[in-house]
Design a protein around this ligand. Sequence first.
Ligand code: G6P
Length: 604
Amino acid sequence: MCGIIGFTGKLEAQEILLEGLEKLEYRGYDSAGIAYFKENGSISIRKTAGKVKDLRAICDENTATCGIGHTRWATHGGVTNANAHPHKCGNVALIHNGIIENYHELVATYDLEKDLISETDTEVAAALFNKFYDGENPIAAIQKVVPLLKGSFAFCIIFKNNPDMIYAVRNVSPMVAATCKDGSFIASDLTAFIQYSKKYFIVPEYAILTMSKEGISLQELDGTPIEPEFLEVNWDITAAQKDGYPTFMLKEINEQPAAITRTIAPRIHNGLPDFSADNIPESLFENCHDITIIACGTAMYAGMVGKTLIQDFLGIPVTVAIASEFRYEKPVITEDSLVIVVSQSGETIDTLEALRLAKTKTAKTLAIVNVKGSSIARESNYVLYTHAGPEIAVASTKAYTVQTAAFYLIACKLGLVQNKLTKTEALEFIQNLQNVSDNIAEILKLSANIEELTKRMLNATDTFFIGRGLDYTLSMEGALKLKEISYIHAEAYAAGELKHGTIALISEGVPVIALATQGHVYSKVISNIREVKARGAYVILLSMEENVTDASICDVHIPLPKVPDQFAIFEAVVVLQMIAYYTSTGKGLNADQPRNLAKSVTVE
Ligand code: G6P
């Protein structure tokens, strides 16, 4: 949520900032801006409502070598030029990711109203830093201001009279930094500067980072020096580029076979799941009587698959909790409960806070996370990294399938450790999981057919996704995908529940995407499909039958490769992703950057 970048060094800053913002745009794309030091030491700002390309259009030519840049996802105050960052007040300009919760009180206590021209909480912080800045010592100002702030923040601040220096401080909101021969970089996410440095460090919470042309220094708020802990990424800039695809989303859909193999292969030894390289002990699974899965959005729907799989397969009770609800509930978990948090970014604030709450009840927390070194990964007792590589499109695709694959590994491990699976059964299960990548590769070949069939969806205003069991969990993800990028209202229903109300919404031509991959409920789902078909629905059926020609069941049938039922969801979800994708592009929409959304939700 909001992307921030800063650079000071030997190179010209403006292009680094603009290119960095383009890479961070998935975090928010309501408005964008930069601030830099002019040669005479004064601070210049360019900012506008709109995207980074709009910002680029209003930038001048300059040779500044120090600056900060921001791309906004509006929280406080509408999408206007005045509300765009950077915010400048007196001798201070800053960019911010997060929410200052006590900004009203700060305005009143420090008499800041007269200094404000925007509606943002961020400008209040700028005014406060300015009030405490004596014109010489930025660190002293930061030390005074930070204890006054409530909420989450990642600030990059530049101070007049301290040219070519950037100061940064954060609480909760992510910020990573690097230093190399070209200069020093800071950003919300390292994709912004990975072409300059693969080594980076996470700026510790409540530490002050000082960036100069010579390098960086880090200190606690009280001045105690800190050594940064450097990490290294194992992917490069090409992983964060479109690589010939028209969009990141299409690229990421197509990357799924490789991403799944990367995620599962290192955890399979002699045909069985093995988490020893992840330092996840078998004891984590031994005494676990119940499991709570916590996540948001698509990650939560991966958790729904995990729940249905583990509960049906192993008979272990599993609850899936929406992180934003869980964090304010009184969780019924004990020290024997296993809590699994799922997050692509590892920074979703609700998931992070839910994890913190869960840790007060149990030491058995396991995070399934994609971004190395992220807050959730660091704070969880154990972490199982997925290896999807950077996911840039706002709508998650490859992160979902690798999270789901991780649940399959966990389910198999649980089954073995708790003697609910024999070795033979586990070997067969893992073999089926290893086949998933090839099966998805087959499905990807259907893209032209799926694009064609979505023409029928372009004018739809309502759609329904139905299924039972694992297919129902998948319906939820399919519906979310369609609504977030095509803006068509989509609802997921357990197929048997339709007749308790929702079927009233089915009328002539309403698209229903029906999933029927689960043998034990196949005939039941088919009956439910007939019910909607009889009321005029336009039914797209996904099943593992080679042929369904019965016109009383469906209008279009998408045959999926025949696999054991438990594994059909991997193929089916890719079809659902493509339905959403081609409906979005067919409507002329930007599938990568759907309206009102952002990828990394670091505010409540
Ligand atoms: C946002 C994104 C979704 C994502 C969800 C959870 O809503 O748009 O794609 O599933 O956040 O994000 P996380 O990084 O925790 O998986």
